[in-house]
Write a protein that binds this ligand. Sequence first.
Ligand code: DON
Length: 336
Amino acid sequence: MTNSQHSGSVSSDVSPWLGAQIQKVIDGIYRKYKDVDDGAVATYIPELGKADPKKFGICLATVEGEVFTAGDWDTEFTIQSMCKPFAFQLAMQRHGTEETLRHVGVEPSGEAFNSIEFDQKTGRPFNPMVNAGAIAVSSLIKQKPVQAGIEEFVDKMSDAAGRRLRIDHAVLASETATGNRNRAIAYMLLNSGIIDDEVHETLHQYFAQCSMLVNCKDLAMMAATMANIGNQPLTGKPVFDFQYLKYVMAVMFSCGLYDYAGNWAFEVGLPAKSGVSGGIFGVVNRQFGIAVYSPKLDAQGNSVRGILASKELANHLGLHAFDFSNVGSTFVQALL
Ligand code: DON
């Protein structure tokens, strides 16, 4: 286990040659896309509109705890929908898979993140990556008092990131003030018996989860913790119960980028999740976590430079799950 961070230098666990190659790829992608100016910063949560559109950061963290960065990797932003896979994991850890799936499905919806469509047959939200499903999941992980559930979430995420994380209270207030569509979704879920009548508490849990601050390195480390069978690469701490991670990654793979999920699976080929703050993170199982941040979004609410950079990263390093050069945890060794 090491605690090395690169930006141009080479490492000890990953061979110096491979470390230099990875850093070169990341630097090249940063340079290639740093002037792309397409898309628009999300403003439907007014506080998000204050993000600096020029920010662009990339981070790759290995399961050995080595970190490669470029650009604004340490700029903080709220995790937004990227909290959803982790909340789903915690729901299954607390209630088991069967009970969790009584409240939320695992079917891609092909709909936008804030869709008010439910599975006609079961009344459940389609999956835990759309807001409706995430609200159902928040209902399952909330506690009494509600602050305890929020603290447990932040504690777990801090364990995965390897540093203390915190809520951005200005964003939380902004989300709460403007979240009427989510409120409507929650009352629909109450009406069909998917969530209990503590609607205010459930929404507070959901809004707080979305308002937690992270940077690219945190997200890459959290993804590397997933890739590392649930153990934090640097601290060695067991954070996630590995038996549920395969389910979380499967849902990320099929639903993580909403109505762009099919294209993403085709071109990038990684379990991943995006958020309206402009972050995207992906998991290369047993190898890496990757994260990109750039706040300007496309029409589907995904980061424009985040998608471009992820595609290129996956192509250059052969990260696509079905790429023949990606042979699971032996990929790194194969290049040594
Ligand atoms: O529910 C919302 O509107 C936000 N707090 C989270 C949405 C989000 O990040 C969607 N992702 N692309």
